[in-house]
Design a protein around this ligand. Structure first.
Ligand SMILES: NC(=O)c1ccc[n+]([C@@H]2O[C@H](COP(=O)([O-])OP(=O)(O)OC[C@H]3O[C@@H](n4cnc5c(N)ncnc54)[C@H](OP(=O)(O)O)[C@@H]3O)[C@@H](O)[C@H]2O)c1
Length: 310
């Protein structure tokens, strides 16, 4: 159990981060700054947890997190950069903003956090934890940008270990598919998750144990380690696995095409309906005008008649 620590945890509102938050909050004497953009569900989580709404994908965001933690705790014993998000897609577009957002959140922010944390520690002992991903070691079809953002983070942690000061422990988590909001964020249209899928509570427990025992890497699924070895020794196994995942992407593309057709059909139907309603309103307005004109001319005739009678 991790006890008597001052802790920053990003991505604390959901999934793996939320399960880690539960474990850390239960530790004796821990004080935690729990960060996410939306913190309504963790605002009143526990007395030793301060929820902090912040977007960590920007330099200013990370600076704000450090400033808040320093104001609350003075020193940070453990900084867990867990926040991240994927996008499941066929990569065939030129949307700079989406690529930029994914790299800023998944890669650049944790790298910047390392530099800030080293300065913050100033020689004191500290622990930096990262949630990388199994996909950061083995690419998958449908996750080209996400995979590359996690490969980059994995490369960074490997390199920086060789030059980091001794006072810093770095522990990295490599989850396989885990049943969190991850797959809802990844696309509005449902798709097949990679196989197999783990529970976030199991992943979180293994990570907290790994941090506590000073591990460099935590691979919560034994199967991933085994399959990596197997795929290294018998490469066709990897080819078969990738073929299965590529077939999933193909099925997803077909589903997406149906979804877009339906969406376009709905838009067309809404436009037709709007046009129909518009035409009915114009006709109604014409009728009302005719009616008013008739009534006005009748009133004029009546006034004329009355005038002649006088
Ligand atoms: N689930 C999987 O299969 C899987 C597998 C391998 C690795 N991972 C990694 O595990 C980590 C946690 O993901 P999860 O599976 O637990 O997904 P999740 O349930 O969607 O949780 C993501 C968390 O990150 C926060 N977050 C996202 N962008 C943020 C930003 N710009 N600023 C601050 N907070 C942000 C989210 O809160 P807000 O949206 O409110 O900000 C949420 O608390 C991620 O790094 C992910 O890449 C997940």
């Amino acid at each position: 159990m991790i006890d008597n620590k001052t802790i920053v945890l990003t991505g604390a509102s959901s999934g793996i981060g939320f399960e880690v938050l539960k474990l850390l909050a239960a530790g004796k004497g821990n004080r935690i700054l729990a960060v996410a953009r939306h913190v309504d569900n963790i605002k009143y989580f526990a007395d030793n947890v301060t929820a902090f709404s912040c977007d960590i994908s920007t330099q200013e965001g990370v600076d704000r997190v450090f400033a808040k933690a320093e104001e609350l705790f003075g020193k940070i014993d453990l900084f867990y950069a867990n926040a991240g998000f994927p996008y499941y897609e066929e990569f065939n577009y030129t949307d700079w903003d989406r690529v930029d957002a994914m790299f800023r959140t998944n890669t650049i922010s944790p790298i910047y956090t390392y530099a800030k944390y080293i300065q913050h520690l100033n020689g004191r002992p500290g622990i930096l934890a990262y949630t990388v991903s199994a996909i950061g070691e083995m690419a998958m079809p449908g996750y080209a940008i996400y995979s590359s953002s996690k490969f980059a983070l994995n490369g960074f942690q490997q390199a920086i270990r060789l030059e980091k000061p001794d006072n810093l422990q770095i522990t990295c988590l490599y989850p396989i598919a885990t049943d969190t909001n991850f797959f809802k964020v990844a696309n509005a249209v449902e798709f097949e998750k990679p196989f197999p899928v783990q529970k976030p509570s199991v992943v979180a427990r293994k990570m907290v144990e790994g941090i506590e025992s000073g591990k460099e890497r935590v691979s919560p699924s034994g199967l991933f380690g085994l399959s990596k070895v197997l795929m290294g020794v018998v490469p066709p196994v990897r080819t078969v696995y990738w073929k299965m995942e590529t077939a999933k992407l193909e099925r997803f593309k077909k589903k997406l095409a149906v979804y877009h057709d339906r969406l376009q059909g709905n838009v067309r139907a809404a436009v037709d309906k709007g046009r129909e309603v518009g035409e009915t309103l114009i006709e109604k307005e014409r009728e009302l005008r005719r009616d008013l004109d008739e009534k006005a001319s009748k009133v004029r005739d009546d006034i004329k008649d009355k005038f002649h009678e006088l």
